[in-house]
Design a binder for this molecule. Structure first.
Ligand code: NAD
Length: 245
């Protein structure tokens, strides 16, 4: 691990353009469970409530679950040392952007500035009638389903099953994949499409890949350096190794 850590630090020092790519694993130590796998959300809750057709047909019923899980429960989560370590790497000029599959806003709260929200962000609501976005404030969520000032139905501004990736996020991610010479992948299984294609694309174009994960993933076979362990511990060590803490 010590060797792998110094190799990873050297790659980050040498990189001209490093991009971070994160999945649910980075927020596990903030108290947000992953969706799939043992202990994952889908092992105890049927994901149908965030399928777009179901939501449109039964918004009040869907919203009851959405509010309980994504706002009352996950809404309490705070950024951890992995989120703040990544923000420190960006502030020091070692990282250009973070592409996150997460919808929890924790990178932004930790101070990351260039955040590409591949799957959207639960802290915002989108009116399906007039297209206005507004903050997901408790007063708006007091009545279900929440409605916009125009009377339209409000939906959390993250993508539901059956919806496409926001075009701007997709385009920005492709740009990162073509300009980066280093990808740092943290806490992602590499099983979620099309997000998992982004690091693969970067790798195919010649970027080096560092992976941080508790377990081996689909990215491990193509990683130049695999740092196995909890994201908070590994990123804290990496930031120290780079002399940034
Ligand atoms: P995923 O692809 O995001 O995989 C989670 C990965 O995290 C696994 O490979 C696991 O080994 C790893 N991991 C778990 N704990 C870790 C830790 N402490 N340190 C490092 N790695 C750790 O899988 P998913 O949960 O099925 O997610 C599906 C999609 O839903 C993804 O796009 C994901 O980002 C999103 N999601 C978002 C949130 C969130 O916003 N916090 C939560 C769950 C899922």
């Amino acid at each position: 691990m010590a060797d792998a850590l110094s190799q990873a630090a050297a790659l980050l020092r040498e990189a001209r353009h490093a991009t971070v790519f994160t999945g649910a694993g980075i927020s596990v130590e903030s108290g947000i469970p992953p969706f799939r796998g043992p202990g994952g959300l889908w092992s105890r809750v049927d994901p149908a409530f965030i399928a777009i057709d179901h939501f449109l047909a039964q918004p009040e019923e869907s919203w009851r679950r959405i509010r309980e899980i994504f706002y009352d429960s996950f809404g309490q989560a705070r950024p951890n040392a992995a989120h703040s370590g990544i923000a420190a790497l960006e502030a020091a000029g070692r990282v250009k952007a973070v592409i996150t599959q997460n919808i929890d806003n924790l990178h932004q709260e930790a101070g990351s500035r260039e955040v590409i929200e591949f799957h959207g962000n639960s802290r915002w609501l989108l009116c399906l009638e007039c297209g206005k976005r507004e903050a997901a404030l408790p007063e708006r969520l007091a009545q279900l389903p929440p409605r916009c000032g125009c009377g339209g139905l409000l939906k959390p501004d993250f993508i539901f099953f059956g919806e496409g990736i926001p075009e701007q996020a997709l385009n920005r991610s492709y740009r990162e994949a073509s300009s980066a010479d280093l990808f740092l992948v943290v806490g992602s299984s590499g099983e979620v499409q099309p997000a998992c294609q982004i690091p693969l694309l970067a790798k195919n174009r010649g970027a080096k890949l560092i992976e941080i994960n508790l377990h081996e993933s689909n990215f491990t076979p193509i990683a130049d350096v695999f740092l196995q362990g909890p994201a908070t511990k590994v990123i804290t060590e990496l930031v120290k190794e780079l002399g940034l803490q």
